[in-house]
Design a protein around this ligand. Sequence first.
Ligand SMILES: Cc1cc2nc3c(=O)[nH]c(=O)nc-3n(C[C@H](O)[C@H](O)[C@H](O)COP(=O)(O)O)c2cc1C
Length: 206
Amino acid sequence: MQIDPSKNTYADNYKLLTNLVVPRPIAWVTSLSKAGVINLAPFSFFNAVGTEPLYVIISVGLRDDGSPKDTENNIKDRGEFVVNLVTEELFEAMNISAADFPSDQSELKAAGLHDAPSVQIKVPRVAEAQASLECKLFSLQALGSNTLIIGEVVMFHVADSLLGPNRHINNFSPIGRLGSPSVYCRTTDRFDISRVSYAQWKKEND
Ligand SMILES: Cc1cc2nc3c(=O)[nH]c(=O)nc-3n(C[C@H](O)[C@H](O)[C@H](O)COP(=O)(O)O)c2cc1C
């Protein structure tokens, strides 16, 4: 079946895109309001997109009433944010932090979490997260009703238990978003298959 998005409703298009482009990683973003409230919210329009320098993107939509979300306002104001990664034990707290709390209330506190200081930026990270990326705002661009935010990663925080020799990450199993609004997956079922070079492939297929 072919589905032309220009003939679809917004809701149907959103459903199709977010249930087909899966699994998506989840950026659990801490940001700081002008008044100093630590804001926390998850974003699954998220990925790593650059390595030298290191860049990550998140894409933030509007609230139901058409106003910008706190995360976007805070990043615009401060030019900084932290992407914390969500492992299974933090799922419930992540889910609470997605609720539409008023701007003067901290989702971090409401979810029973603690903040830990960052090194390069003023915005704190989630102390309970196994890994966090301190980010400085690189650019901000309107994408229709979304805002694409590109951040440069200026510091990694990784739990010692995850780090093997040569910066190898072991036993890190963040959850993924499989479908909207509320389907997730574990990343514990892994396989590791070496890549093949063209020369190898040719030798085996000649
Ligand atoms: C797993 C998950 C992923 C989400 N991904 C996004 C996203 O990519 N973009 C977005 O605008 N909202 C996303 N949301 C909704 C926001 O988290 C929600 O609107 C939140 O209240 C925004 O908070 P803020 O106003 O404090 O920034 C997601 C929610 C969940 C539960």
